[in-house]
Design a protein around this ligand. Sequence first.
Ligand SMILES: C[S@@+](CC[C@H](N)C(=O)[O-])C[C@H]1O[C@@H](n2cnc3c(N)ncnc32)[C@H](O)[C@@H]1O
Length: 404
Amino acid sequence: MSDAVKAQYEAYPYPRRDPRDEARRLVVGSPSHLAEVDHYLFAGRRDWRRPFRALVAGGGTGDGLIMLAQHLKDRGAAAEIHYLDLSTASRAIAEARARARGLDFIRFHTGSLLDVGSIASGPYDYIDSCGVLHHLPDPPAGLAALKAELAPDGGMGLMVYAEYGRSGVYEMQEAFRLLGRGLDPQGQVQMAKRVLRGVAGTNRLARNPFLTSHKTDDNALYDLLLHSTDRAYRVAELLDFLSGAGLAPAALIEPARYEPAHYLGDEAMRRRAADLAQAERWALAEALAGSLKTHVVYAVARERAGTTVAAPAPDAVPVWRDGDGATFADALRNDVLTTDFDGHPVRFALPQGSAPLIRAIDGRRSLGEIADLLGQDWARFDQRFARVYEALNGLNLLLLTFRT
Ligand SMILES: C[S@@+](CC[C@H](N)C(=O)[O-])C[C@H]1O[C@@H](n2cnc3c(N)ncnc32)[C@H](O)[C@@H]1O
């Protein structure tokens, strides 16, 4: 464990959170949204009445922890969650947030995830480690320690930094290391702010429109630009990292961001891209997009690869991750769904008359029941739904579950 990393998160817990805010909102994100966990790691068939043990490794101030715990509580799940972090200051905030919501099934531990086996041993059905492993001096050792505590039929939700969208971060970290020698954490922040006020217009951070978090507060500034231990991964490196621990990816979130066709205007080039292997398509999308700052990946033991992701079927129930069918149906214009990826416009042409289908998705009806409601036989419905699903699941708006 690095003392500098611990000292940083004692002085500047990240992200900065106020437990009083729990009264007015739930912070939602990926990984660890329960609908995603069910869809990508348990083929949509997790029975939440069965005991569920989760570990949040490097839980920080509690964003993923609190979301996961609240979702489990909302489902009345028989759950036990273990939180582990180096930083006692972060833990105090996470504990206060849990208290504010009455989430009394979380066990809090202080220490390094490298020692998880002795501090809070598995097996776990689910392990979250979001924004943590890239801060370890030896990330593979950290991932191996977590994998050792994963149940054979469990899964992980990880987030690590992506390289291209972080353009400019590493040279600023280098500059601040040179200028900040001997300063305490508060002194480092003051130094960084003084430098940033007059930074050259040619500087790559100044020219990177995708990075703004350092302007939010001192904690975010420290986390982005003053970190002592920090690396980023290209897709191929991430896949090697997983493979080294005996893991395989179940999905990258949002899936559509990793689809090269969205970044290729030329039809012939789209066809060439479609011929590539999946890992190559992901890498191509990342290289073409240039804006990805993080990779969120759901991963399972190599032996379970390809078996854990839910797929459309008559008895599958489509569920909105957030939002509702009426809102998404109203947003369609002539059956075209438009959005953007960090400012790059993206469009999905859906089959004619998709709005009633989207409106009928209420989180309770199965696909078969929706087909009946719309008066369509399954084969015809299935074909049309596939394109709607590709768009809505690709944007991480729609997931599948099965009644258990
Ligand atoms: C960027 S924060 C992310 C917090 C949280 N996972 C989230 O997504 O909001 C990284 C956290 O990892 C913790 N951390 C770093 N190295 C660790 C280690 N070896 N063991 C446990 N926690 C660690 C830090 O203390 C910090 O709270």
